[in-house]
Design a protein around this ligand. Structure first.
Ligand code: TPP
Ligand code: MG
Length: 347
């Protein structure tokens, strides 16, 4: 099976066939803007000394993250990573709770425990990452195995970076998923750098998705700056998995537009590369597409921008009002309670 390179999405008709109407398109646009806005404001919070620990962003990866999350069903589960803020936003984590998480407050999804980037709302079907990459892939495969055993029509989505793909757990996860044809989609956020390591020192095949054939399933390379192409390919892969067609490896190509984290100025990334990929900014690209294909007009765009700005400003105020966690509650939430288990994601 040769790896397939996905075509860009052309017309509105093609998008409709993939299951999106105009309101869905505008929701995607809002999610992209909110995602970037959260991370931009996060930088300011960091400089104000309000974020304990480090600060990671996914600038350049917004389209990849929002595209995949838009394709997921409500009962599907996912293990998004440090570049995937767009997944949290699209699944419905409220921005004020994300700011609270950044600042280690009680109302963040992990209630002020753990590193701020180890974030997920389990009630929305997401499992918080650990730092050991790509240790979440076997977790996603385990979820898919459970869905199979219980005969549930649910799909697990596991994220990883192209650098962490070099580790054994990526191989183990994909091998088991291939052998058992499990309902899982592997999403590689290929942002061309693993800290300061470029791709030619990370893998020796042309595309990371070439590896899928060795595990017995399809690999697809997608331009990760094209949110609609990402959505279309993710939707097809997720529904194929749901119908019993087994896993898919989606390789979403982007460039990490900032340093590995806030402490890193990415001096080792050639300036020309940043300039080239800045011209392919996923949000600007989608905005242009909306103008050309979905009759987005200046006034409507202004309304969306104003609404997003208000959401973010209100979110910051509300997050700043969130208290620090009470040390006396430290042991709460260590084990799941029966109430926590009362969602489809915990059956
Ligand atoms: C097992 C393991 N080794 C090393 C690290 C330190 N580390 C954190 S992120 C990172 C780079 C990961 O690169 P990639 O998988 O491409 O993801 P990206 O950060 O580029 O999204 C490294 C080496 C880690 N978290 N886990
Ligand atoms: Mg990387």
């Amino acid at each position: 099976m040769a790896v397939r390179e996905a075509e860009p999405v052309g017309s509105f008709n093609e998008v409709r066939e993939a299951g999106l109407d105009r309101d869905d398109l505008l929701a995607i646009y809002r999610h992209l803007l909110v995602t970037r806005g959260i991370e931009e404001r996060g930088h300011i919070l960091y400089k104000q000394g309000k974020i304990p620990g480090s600060f990671y962003t996914g600038r350049g990866n917004e389209g990849a993250a929002v595209g995949v999350a838009t394709a997921m069903g409500p009962d599907d589960v996912g293990t998004p990573l440090h570049r995937d803020m767009g997944v949290h936003v699209t699944r419905g984590v409220e921005p004020w709770r994300i700011f609270a998480q950044y600042m280690g407050r009680e109302d963040g999804p992990t209630r002020g425990r753990d590193g701020n980037v180890h974030m997920a709302d389990a009630k929305l079907g997401m499992i918080a990452m650990v730092s050991h990459l790509p240790a979440m892939l076997p977790v996603a495969v385990g979820c898919a195995l459970a869905f199979r055993i219980r005969e549930e029509r649910r799909v697990a989505v596991g994220w990883f970076g192209e650098g962490s793909a070099a580790r054994g757990d990526a191989h183990e996860a994909m091998n088991l998923a291939g052998v058992r044809r499990l309902p899982v989609v592997f999403v590689c956020d290929n942002n061309q750098w693993a800290y300061s390591t470029p791709t030619h020192l990370g893998y020796a095949v042309e595309h990371l998705a070439d590896r899928a054939a060795a595990y017995g399933f399809e690999g697809v390379v997608v331009d990760g700056t094209d949110v609609l192409a990402v959505y279309r390919e993710a939707k097809a892969a997720i529904e194929k998995a749901r119908e019993g067609g087994g896993p898919t490896l989606l390789e979403l190509k982007t460039l990490r537009m900032e340093g590995h984290a806030v402490h890193d100025d990415a001096f080792y990334v050639p300036k020309e590369l940043f300039e080239e990929w800045a011209r392919r900014d996923p949000i600007e690209r989608f905005r242009t597409w909306l103008f050309e294909n979905a009759e987005l007009r200046g006034e409507e765009e202004d309304e969306i921008a104003a609404r997003v700005k208000k959401i973010l400003n209100d979110a910051l105020t509300r997050a700043e009002d969130s208290p620090q966690p009470d040390p006396a509650t430290l042991l709460e939430g260590v084990y799941a309670t029966p109430e926590d288990l009362d969602t489809p994601h915990h059956k």
